[in-house]
Design a protein around this ligand. Structure first.
Ligand code: SF4
Length: 185
C-alpha cells in the first residue's frame, strides 16, 4: 500500500513519506556500507570541483583507489542518469576510506559537504523524475538496494529527527542556495 503523502510546509520540498518512513544512520558501526558499489552520478560542476581539488584527496585514499584514479580518473565512462558516475575500486567508491574522504577534507575546511555529490549528501532522500522527494525504504518505489538501514523495521526513528540536516539540504538544493551544482532532476 502506498503511504500517505505529507508536505513540509516550511518549503516547497515535498517528501512523500516523511511521516511514515523510519531511518537511522549508524555509521561507523555499519562500516559506511552505503559507499560500497553505490556509484553516484556527479553533476558537471561537482565533477569540476572535485577534479580541481584532487591533490587534496589523493593522500587520504586507499592505495588501490588512488592508483585507479591516477590511471583512469574518478568517474566511469558508463552514464547514469545521463551523468558520469563515481568509479569503484575493490567494491568501494574510490573516495571511500573508512568514511568519505570528500566529506573529511571538506570538514577540515569548515564545510563537510562542499566536495560531496548532492546525491551522497541527500541520502537516504531521493528525488524522482517528477521532482518529488521520498525517503528510500525497502520495497518502496521499486527500491532495489537491500541496505539494512533502508529497512523501516531497523529503527523507530523518524526522518524529521534522524536526518534533519539532509532534509534542510534538499530544501537548499531546491531553493537555489546550492545552484552551483546545477542539479538535474
Ligand atoms: S563520494 Fe563519498 S559519500 Fe559518495 S559514495 Fe563516494 S565515499 Fe560515499
Amino acid at each position: 500500500m502506498t503511504p500517505p503523502e505529507t508536505t513540509d510546509k516550511k518549503s516547497a520540498v515535498h517528501v512523500e513519506n516523511l511521516e511514515t518512513a523510519r531511518f537511522e544512520c549508524v555509521f561507523p558501526t555499519c562500516g559506511g556500507v552505503c559507499c560500497a558499489n553505490g556509484r553516484p552520478p556527479v553533476e558537471e560542476a561537482e565533477y569540476a570541483r572535485i577534479q580541481e581539488n584532487l591533490p587534496k584527496f589523493l593522500p587520504h585514499l586507499r592505495p588501490e583507489a588512488r592508483a585507479k584514479i591516477e590511471k583512469d580518473g574518478f568517474v566511469t565512462k558508463r552514464k547514469k542518469e545521463g551523468l558520469n558516475a563515481l568509479a569503484v575500486s575493490k567494491g568501494w567508491c574510490v573516495f571511500a576510506n573508512e568514511g568519505c574522504v570528500l566529506h573529511k577534507v571538506g570538514a577540515t575546511e569548515g564545510d563537510r559537504w562542499k566536495y560531496k555529490p548532492w546525491r551522497c549528501i541527500a541520502f537516504p532522500l531521493e528525488r524522482s523524475k517528477t521532482g518529488k522527494w521520498h525517503v528510500r525504504q525497502w520495497k518502496l518505489k521499486g527500491e532495489a538496494w537491500d541496505l539494512f538501514c533502508l529497512n523501516p523495521e531497523e529503527s523507530p526513528k523518524k526522518p524529521t529527527d534522524s536526518i534533519a540536516g539532509e532534509i534542510d539540504f534538499v530544501k537548499e538544493l531546491e531553493g537555489g542556495r546550492e545552484s552551483w551544482r546545477k542539479p538535474r532532476a
